[in-house]
Write a new protein. Structure first.
Length: 277
C-alpha cells in the first residue's frame, strides 16, 4: 500500500518538476532539495530494497551531475539532480529502465524537431551551376543543435551497457556469496557428521540461509540441498531471477582423523613388539 502511494507521489513530483522546467527553463533548488529529503526519508522508513540498489541509483545521479558539468549544462543540473532523487527512490534497476524509455522518447522528439528545422531554416546559396541539361543551386543549411539532442541518441546505448555491467557485478557478487556459504556449510556439515555420524534434517540448510542472510543484492531467495554422497558431504545451492540463474555445488570430505591415528599407534606398537622379540 505504502509503495503505491509513494509511486503516485513520485509521479506528482516528476510532473510538477517538468511543469517548472517547461515554464521557467529551470527547476528550483528548494524543490529538488525537498525531493532529496523525501526520497531519503522514504528509504529510511520503508527500506524494502537492499541498500546497495538505491546507493547504485544515487551513484547514477552523481554521474549525470558530472555529465552536466562536463557538457557545460548540455544536460541541466536540475535534470541531473532530479535523476539523482529518482535513483534513491526507485533504485538502480527501475531508474535505468525509466531513463532508457525517457531518452528513446527524447530521441524521437529530437529527430522530428531537427526535421522540421531543416524544412524551415534559412538556406544560403553557396554554389550555382548551369549546363545544357541541368541547372540549379547548392544550398547550405544552418542547424543549431544542443548536447541534449546528441545525448538523446547516445544515452540509451550508454545506459544499456551500464545496465549490463551492473547486472554482471551484482550477479557475480551474489554467486561468490552463495559459493562461499555453500563451502562453509559443507565443512560444518562434515564436522557435524564426524562427531554424531548423522545430521538433523534441515539443520545445515538453516545454517546456509543464516550465512547468506541480508548479503545478496540481485537474487531474492536461494534454494539449498545437502546430502552425504560416499565419503563427501555435498551442498547444492541455486537461485533464479527472471532469466538469470546461478547454481553452485560444494563438497567436503568426511574424515575421521582420530581413527587413523589410533590405527597408526596400534601398528607402531605391533612393530615394536616384533622388533623386541
Amino acid at each position: 500500500m505504502w509503495w503505491k502511494i509513494a509511486k503516485l507521489a513520485g509521479l506528482f513530483f516528476l510532473g510538477f518538476g517538468a511543469a517548472q522546467d517547461i515554464k521557467y527553463q529551470k527547476i528550483s533548488t528548494e524543490y529538488l532539495l525537498a525531493g532529496s529529503c523525501a526520497a531519503i526519508l522514504y528509504r529510511a522508513l520503508f527500506g524494502r530494497m537492499h541498500w546497495s540498489v538505491w546507493v547504485a541509483g544515487l551513484g547514477c545521479g552523481i554521474v549525470f551531475l558530472m555529465i552536466s558539468k562536463w557538457s557545460q549544462e548540455g544536460i541541466g543540473y536540475g535534470d541531473s539532480w532530479m535523476i539523482l532523487n529518482m535513483g534513491i527512490f526507485l533504485g538502480i534497476w527501475n531508474l535505468l529502465g525509466m531513463l532508457m524509455l525517457a531518452f528513446l522518447v527524447a530521441a524521437m522528439a529530437a529527430g522530428r524537431s531537427l526535421e522540421r528545422k531543416m524544412e524551415t531554416d534559412d538556406k544560403n546559396v553557396i554554389l550555382s551551376f548551369s549546363s545544357d541539361r541541368l541547372s540549379g543551386d547548392i544550398y547550405m543549411v544552418k542547424l543549431k543543435g544542443s548536447t541534449v539532442v546528441e545525448m538523446a541518441y547516445l544515452m540509451p546505448v550508454v545506459l544499456l551497457c551500464w545496465m549490463a555491467v551492473i547486472f554482471a557485478l551484482f550477479y557475480y557478487h551474489d554467486k561468490n556469496i552463495i559459493g562461499g556459504a555453500a563451502y562453509e556449510t559443507a565443512i560444518v556439515g562434515s564436522e557435524e557428521w564426524r562427531w554424531k555420524k548423522e545430521i538433523e534434517d534441515g539443520k545445515m540448510e538453516q545454517y546456509f540461509q543464516k550465512r547468506i542472510e541480508n548479503k545478496l543484492i540481485f537474487f531474492d531467495t536461494v534454494s539449498v540441498e545437502t546430502v552425504v554422497v560416499k565419503d563427501e558431504f555435498e551442498v547444492t545451492a541455486g537461485a533464479q531471477k527472471r532469466k538469470m540463474r546461478v547454481s553452485v555445488k560444494r563438497s567436503a570430505a568426511l574424515t575421521v582423523p582420530e581413527e587413523k591415528i589410533r590405527r597408526k599407534k596400534v601398528l607402531q606398537e605391533i612393530v615394536e613388539r616384533d622388533q623386541e622379540e
